[in-house]
Structures are given as C-alpha cells and as structure tokens.
Design a protein around this ligand. Sequence first.
Ligand code: SER
Length: 342
Amino acid sequence: MREEVVLITGANGEIGHGLIHYLSNKGYPIVALDVNPLDPALKSEVLTAIVGDILDQVLLGRLVVEHKIRTIYHLASILSTKAEYNPETAHRINVEGTLNLLRLAVEQSNWQGQSVKFIYPSSIAVYGLPSLQAKQNSGKLAESEYLNPTTMYGCNKLYCEHLGRYYNHYYRQLAADSNSSLSVDFRALRFPGLISAETIPTGGTSDYGPEMLHAAAKGENYNCFVRPDATLPFMVMPDAIRSLIMLQEADRSRLTQNVYNVTSFNPDANEIREITLKAFPGAEINFVPDVKRQGIVDTWPNDISDAAARNDWDWHPEYDQKRAFDEYLIPAIKARYHARGD
Ligand code: SER
C-alpha cells in the first residue's frame, strides 16, 4: 500500500515554510517539491524532499506512481516583479507548471477512485484597476471585479483560476469515459501581500512591506520602492496558513465558488514605515519610488472583500493590523535577528 501524502510544490518558498511547519506538526506525511534543495531546517519535517522542476514530466510521472497523493498545495510560482523580466519563462512555470499539476491530480483521482484536493494560491495581482482614481474610489473589490491584470504573473494567476475551475467542473465533459465524480476538487485563495516574520519574499511587488521591517530589524537602511501613499491589502503568514487549511477542510457542499478573496488590513507604505520606526527607532527608511513597480501597485486594489470566504467557510483573520505588528511581526522578527546576532 502506498502511503497517503500531501504534495507541496514550491516547498522552499515563504508559504511553503509556514505550511510545512503546520502540516508536519499535525502529523501529515509531506512530499516537498522545489527547484532548489529544501531548506535544511525543514528536512526533518517532510517524508521526502525532491529537488526538481514542475515542468519535468518524467519527474511528475514518477511522483504519480510512487505516492498516493490526496491533497496538492501547488505553491510554485514566479512572482510579479520577477516575472516581468522574463515573461515567457514565467508563463511556462506559472501556467504550464500548473497544468502539469492539474493533470497529475486527474491521474491520481482516476487511480484512487476519489477526487483529489488541489489548493492553489492566487493573488490580488489578478486585478487591474484602470487609474489611481479608480483604485481610490473602488472600495473593497469582490472576486469578479476589475479582472484586467497588467502583469504576466497576474494574467497567469487569473488564467490558472479558470483552468482549475475547468478541471473541477468541465474536464473532458464530452468524453464517453469521463466521470465527473472523480474530478479535481480545486480551491483557490486570492492572497493580498503576505508578511512573515521568518522569511523574506523574492521577486514580488508587495515586498516593500516585509523588506522594510526585516531591514530595520537587521539595522540596514531601506529605500522603499513605492510612494508613501501606496496602499495594498496585507495579511500575516499565520493567517495565510490558517486560510489555506480552512479552505482545504471546508465542507464542499458549502462552497459556492472556486476562488475566494482573503485579507486582513490595508496600510499605506508610510504607515508601515511609522510602525517600523516606532519598533526600531534607529532605522533609516527613505522613499525612492521605482516608477515601474509603483505602476504595478497602482493597478492593484487598495482593499478586497473577503465576504464570500467569511460566509461560505467562516473565514476571519486572527491578526488585524495592530495585533499583526504588536503580537506577531515585531516580537518575532526581533527574536529572530537577536538570536542570529545580527
Ligand atoms: N505578493 C505577490 C507579488 O507581489 C502578489 O501575489 O508578486
């Protein structure tokens, strides 16, 4: 009998770190896949760590025969800023990679005779507001509004939301042998910017939030690449992990959509600076906006509505802005760099 496992792609990333800690504490056997060797700190928490590419069909084929995969957290992705430097490569990883994983889920569900859960982090990057004025006046955006992304990453995430919905409800609907009860159970979260005390993101556009805090804690000067008034929704990593788990565990019959917004607070960059300076009074943080990265932030919403998630699976963040900084980020970041002697 093959052991039932949870597959996590992009295991080395920020969300991967938090998710592996959580699931391994709960006793789940984890197969971790990442293009880089798994962080040694995570090694003891997983059943198997595989170094490999989600575009490698042979590798994925081997995974299918070696494991009984009940749930897939498909986290691997090239984030928004990095993707703009090489959009076609980003497309291959973000879209073809996701397609490969969806096909793997189909094969697993056919073989197991039951559906496989596919949990997918999408992003506020799927939105594209036409002007700063629209951004300021549009309030909390629902899942269906302003879906005109201006980045390759945003286009990829929006399309993969649709791909997941297709594999869940319509895959091979005309084929004589298709069996809709064996579908991929696709569930996606649209995350705001995420801030973790343990890791720093790479290649994102909301990175100024976490970068500012971590730089201050390390005693480094920071030039913030957006204007002081730049506003985005944010959430801390423990809430992001909770939302992934809650959506994974949610009763399917209560889910009215495949894609759900989740969020918590939405400070402007100046507020993040003020909070950071209060916690680290010696820090030096200046605003040196990068026109292009600011341009991306200008198309992303100031805030999003997570009403559907609250209604369908009782979502609510545990950390509002005050708690996020006072009880999680600042003490945990201080402890982290203090322990390392930075
Ligand atoms: N935080 C991501 C980025 O900035 C958005 O999902 O690319």
